[in-house]
Ligand binder design. Structure first.
Ligand code: ADP
Ligand code: MG
Length: 225
């Protein structure tokens, strides 16, 4: 896996003003590498991460994932690439409240279409195994409302892993957690990264993360500083 961002720009128009959320960012991530993207609120971190993950088309620039220019693909093909290679973890977990932990984890596996390895009992077994790997074997039938913040984020991490992504993109994964729980979530992320040879991108305003990753990219006003 190699992900290359080439001269990414993203602008928003708000009335007469143009907001340059991302303003000429280039970077590269290799297999099993970890990077942090740090910077103050409004620096463009989330926008950049979403663009890198195929969720948001840049105004200009390219994302090359394993030699494929992903924004030149059809929406359907790009979703396929995203589902197969990329996992996302968000600050507020984005779990579906009416589903249990294991059902939330199974969802991305069910979306791979008929005949794929994602279906049925196989998915349930895999979801259970991943929930065990994130330390939640005793919570598989709990709904999000019955879980703590740290447990909810573990479910979200398990969900991101169910299709065995090659790269995990995390947007403020501990932004809603106390410092002790945050440390345990970071431990989990780095252990998973090492065990699975995944690449890991962590977006945060927390400078402490720099000591845990191989490379830190500092962003301000949409630019690398
Ligand atoms: P960060 O994640 O570093 O806090 P964001 O990427 O969310 O920063 O936002 C960067 C800038 O782009 C901010 O000024 C924000 O207000 C603006 N922005 C983000 N998304 C939109 C949008 N959908 N429409 C207009 N402006 C946006
Ligand atoms: Mg953000």
């Amino acid at each position: 896996m190699t992900l290359i961002a080439k001269d990414i720009h993203k602008s928003y128009r708000s009335g007469p003003k143009e907001v340059r959320a991302v303003d000429g960012v280039s970077l590269q991530i290799e297999r099993a590498e970890s990077i942090a993207i740090v910077g103050p609120s409004g620096a463009g971190k989330s926008t950049l991460l979403h663009i890198m993950g195929g969720l948001d088309k840049p105004t200009s620039g390219k994302i090359i994932l394993d030699d494929v220019d992903i924004y030149r693909l059809s929406d359907r093909k790009r979703s396929g690439v995203r589902n197969g290679k990329i996992g996302f973890v968000f600050q507020f977990y984005h779990l579906l409240p009416e589903f249990t932990a294991i059902e939330n984890v199974m969802l991305p596996g069910m979306m791979k279409g008929p005949g794929s390895r994602g279906k049925g009992q196989g998915t349930r077994d895999r979801a259970r195994e991943i929930l065990r790997a994130v330390g939640l074997e005793n919570r598989i039938n709990h709904r999000p409302g019955e879980l703590s913040g740290g447990e909810s984020q573990r479910v979200a991490i398990a969900r991101a892993l169910v299709n065995e992504p090659e790269i995990l993109l995390c947007d403020e994964p501990t932004g809603n957690l106390d410092s002790k729980t945050s440390a345990s979530i970071y431990d989990l992320l780095f252990n998973l990264k090492s065990g699975r040879k995944m690449s890991l991108v962590i977006v945060t305003h927390d400078e402490k993360i720099s000591s845990m990753v191989q490379e830190t990219v500092r962003l301000k006003d949409g630019k690398i500083i």
